[in-house]
Design a binder for this molecule. Sequence first.
Ligand SMILES: [Fe+2]
Length: 335
Amino acid sequence: MLKKFVAGLLLLCSAQVLANEVNVYSAREEQLIKPLLDAFSQDTGIKVNLVTGDDDPLLERLKREGANSPADVLIMADAGRLYRAAAAGSLQAIHSATLEQAIPANLRDPGKQWFGLTSRARVLFYNPATVQAAELSSYEDLADPKWRGRICVRSSNSIYNQSLLASIIAAHGAAQAEQWAQGLAANLARPPSGGDRDQIKAVAAGQCDIAIANTYYYAQMLYGSDASQKAAASKVKLLFPNQRDRGTHINISGAGVTKSAKNRENAIKLLEYMVLDDAQRWYSTTNGEYPAKRGIAASPQLQSWGNFKSDALNLVALGKNNAQAVQIMDKAGWR
Ligand SMILES: [Fe+2]
C-alpha cells in the first residue's frame, strides 16, 4: 500500500518536473506573435500556452487572478501600461545580463520589471498639398494658433496620447504641458474620434491638414494589402518632430515576468529568445515597428523614411506622469 503510494507520488512529481512549459498573456494579436513562440518551442522544447486579449482587460485579469494566475509572461504595448502592471504588483524583477545588454536603458524599467521588445514613434502626418514640411517642427508648435481647425488626433482616452503628454510634462513641467494641451485642443479640426489610422485617413480625405499617429499604423496602411488604406497613406507625408531638440517621442511594446510565475526560468528564457537578432528582426518587421535591440536595423521599408533622433527620456517617466497627464487633458478639454 505504502509502496504504491510512494510510486504514485514519484510519478506525480516527475510529471510536474516534465511539464516544460511557459504561459503567456499577450495583448499582441496571435498572428503577430505566434510564429515567434513556435520557433521558441522548436528550439528549446518548451511548450508555450498563449492567451491573447486587449491590453487593459488582460491586465485586469492578471490582477484579479493574483498569486493564482497561470500567467508567466505578460506582453503589452505602451510603457504606460507596463508601468501600471508593475505598480499593481503583477510583475517581478528579472536579473538578466542578456536583456540588459540587448535593450537600451531608456527602453526598460530601471526596476527590471519590464523590457522593451519593439519601439514605435508618435509622429506627424501632413497633407503635402496644404502644408510644407518646413512649416512643421515640433509637438510644441502644434499649439500655435496658426494651426486653428487643422489638426486631427484621437481621443485623450488613448494611452498613446497620455504617454505623449507625459513626455511633454517631463520636458517642460506640468504648467507648460497644460498650456500646450489647451492650444492643441483649440486647434483640432473635429472632435476626436477613431484610432490612429482614422486620423491619417482624415488627412488624406482633406478633413484636416495634420495628424498625430504611431509609425506602425502608417507602415501597415502603406505596405499592407488593403487598397483603400494604401491609397490614403500614399496621400500623406510623415515628419519626425523635435529633431532640433530632444527628439521624437517614442514608446515600446514590451514584456515582463509575472509575480505569480510558476515557470520563471522558462519565462526568462523566452524573453531572452525574443531579443535574439533574428527574433528582433522578425518581431519588429511583422508589426511595422523598430527593433528595440541596439544595433539591429529596421526593415528596409521603415529605413526608407530616413533616420531620426528619438527622445532619450527613460520611458518609466510615461508611467509616472500618466495620472497628471490625464488630469491635464481633462482640464484642457481634450476629449
Ligand atoms: Fe496600437
